[in-house]
Design a protein around this ligand. Structure first.
Ligand SMILES: Cc1cc2nc3c(=O)[nH]c(=O)nc-3n(C[C@H](O)[C@H](O)[C@H](O)COP(=O)(O)OP(=O)(O)OC[C@H]3O[C@@H](n4cnc5c(N)ncnc54)[C@H](O)[C@@H]3O)c2cc1C
Length: 470
């Protein structure tokens, strides 16, 4: 964004106040994502506190139903105009725990933090989840999230079974053998098949991990991954940060199994801490002061490359809270994410073309992180049908309709590049993709709709994703 555009967007945001995107409806209730970008006008938001209550609501509902977990998805995936939103957050109890088998069964409104708090005293850790722990289990399963773990990949690989409440009010168990189609469709199914009430999640040992850092260049991050990271069986987490402006310098961080003792005794990071005020102030500076994000490289140099050896518990490294970086107000600008999954062999070319588009459009990119996602052949809506690199863009955007729509123009160009290399883009964010782009990235959506037809013939479960792409 050039200076003129920057000033225009700023004044537009200031004059309009918080607007973002609003999907119209006749009523006065809104379901808005936690980062304040998209609102959908709905008839009612109900937060049941028991599964029986939930069953009654679903069986008797005459309006369309959408489902909200922690509401961090950003494009209206949790709402439908004039429909009912089921807020799952009160359904957060642990149902069963098996220390020996290393599994926990928990209600879907619980967050990963709830899971970690329960299992940490047993020195166990979640196999596959996002890098932040503030999200709900149901919301994470329904988008089939992934993190930085290079062995397990998408969340579905760490899920044994789910229970799901169907449109007719019945609850069924689904796993890889029973109701397998439902299992494969609901995980990654954006709440369109039914309401996941609980999940049995696989756990692993909570081990000590040592951080290692390598400097890289965008031209060699892939070869470094193939020659150094992938063959090293001690690597558990992998992440490459690419620094904006030139999109050339990068930093690879791995977390490796070690026999050393922890240098930081913290077992789990707090959800909210007064120290996060400092994090947030830094975030504010990086995001909202023009060009400030370019100071990141020297800062990371001191805090990571020059830093002494750091050994932490696996749970510590998996317990970042969104509260560490999400500001409490989303005006005049807010953070948003985008993600592109590119087959390994094309990653380098994609990175080049993506950077050109970002530079040309003056996008306020705070960071690009690259992760590795092994192929997922279980989930129907799989975003990585082959081993891929995930390019996660962490952006600051002015939060008004004009600017969001404008950002969709360059986003569509990046999506085109991803599609050109047989890649996909991620669905929990602002829905910029055209219908054609969506169909090219996710041709399997037709299969999902066929399964939906079997379990939800009257389209009870709806959201803006269904509305936009059918
Ligand atoms: C700062 C930030 C960092 C992120 N990092 C990552 C990351 O590292 N990896 C990654 O993969 N993603 C990441 N995401 C995306 C995030 O994982 C998704 O937005 C996720 O959906 C958030 O979970 P939630 O509980 O807020 O879901 P919600 O936004 O509440 O819901 C998401 C979808 O799931 C459906 N749903 C929710 N609960 C249920 C249920 N019980 N049954 C059926 N359907 C349900 C909703 O209808 C909706 O379609 C990040 C997002 C943010 C904002």
């Amino acid at each position: 964004m050039n200076y003129k555009n920057y000033m225009f967007s700023l004044s537009l945001s200031l004059s309009m106040g918080f607007v973002g995107l609003t999907y119209p409806g006749k009523t006065n209730q809104y379901i808005t994502d936690k980062l304040g970008i998209t609102s959908v006008r709905v008839n009612n938001i109900i937060a049941p506190s028991s599964v029986e209550e939930l069953q009654n609501i679903v069986s008797s509902a005459t309006l369309p139903i959408s489902i909200a977990g922690a509401s961090y998805s950003q494009g209206g995936q949790t709402g439908y105009p004039d429909g009912i939103v089921i807020d799952m957050q009160k359904l957060n109890k642990v149902i069963a725990f098996d220390e020996k088998q290393k599994t926990i069964t928990i209600q879907a409104g619980a967050t990963w933090y709830d899971v970690q708090k329960y299992i940490d005293p047993y020195n166990l850790s979640v196999k596959a989840m996002q890098s932040y722990n503030s999200f709900s289990i149901g919301g994470s399963l329904s988008i089939n999230a992934h993190g930085r773990d290079i062995a397990y990949g998408s969340v579905i690989n760490g899920i044994q079974s789910i229970e799901i409440l169907l449109a007719d009010g019945t609850i069924v168990v689904a796993d890889r053998h029973n109701n397998a189609n439902l299992f494969r469709a609901a995980i990654g199914g954006y709440g369109l098949l039914g309401i996941i009430t609980q999940a049995t999640i696989e756990l692993t040992e909570n081990i000590e991990l040592e951080r290692k850092v390598y400097q890289c260049n965008v031209d060699n991050f892939k070869s470094l991954f193939e020659s150094v990271i992938a063959p090293d069986k001690s690597v558990v987490f992998y992440n490459t940060d690419v620094f904006p402006k030139r999109y050339q310098e990068c930093l690879i961080t791995t977390w490796n199994k070690t026999t050393q003792s922890v240098t930081d005794e913290t077992r789990l990071q707090e959800q909210n801490s007064r120290f996060y005020i400092v994090n947030k102030a830094l975030e504010m500076f990086l995001r909202r002061v023009p060009l400030a994000q370019f100071s990141r490289l020297p800062v990371e140099h001191i805090t990571k490359i020059k830093a002494p050896t750091r050994v932490v518990w696996r749970n510590n490294e998996m317990s970042y809270s969104v509260n560490q970086l999400a500001l409490d107000f989303h005006f005049p600008s807010t953070m948003t994410l985008q993600e592109y999954f590119i087959p390994v062999e094309h990653a380098q070319k994609f990175a080049e073309k993506m950077s050109k588009i970002l530079k040309k459009n003056w996008v306020n990119v705070l960071n690009v992180s690259i992760r590795y996602v092994p192929a997922d052949t279980t989930s129907i809506m799989s975003y990585a049908k082959q081993d891929s690199f995930a390019f996660v863009l962490y952006l600051n955007i002015f939060n008004n309709r004009w600017n969001i729509n404008n950002s969709c123009k360059w986003t569509q160009k990046i999506i085109d590049v991803a599609l050109q290399y047989n890649g996909t883009y991620y669905l929990p964010y602002i829905m910029c993709a055209t219908k054609k782009q969506f169909q090219t990235a996710y041709p399997q959506f037709d299969d999902l709709l066929k399964i939906k037809q079997m379990y939800d013939p009257h389209n009870k479960f709806r959201n803006m994703l269904l509305q936009k792409y059918t």
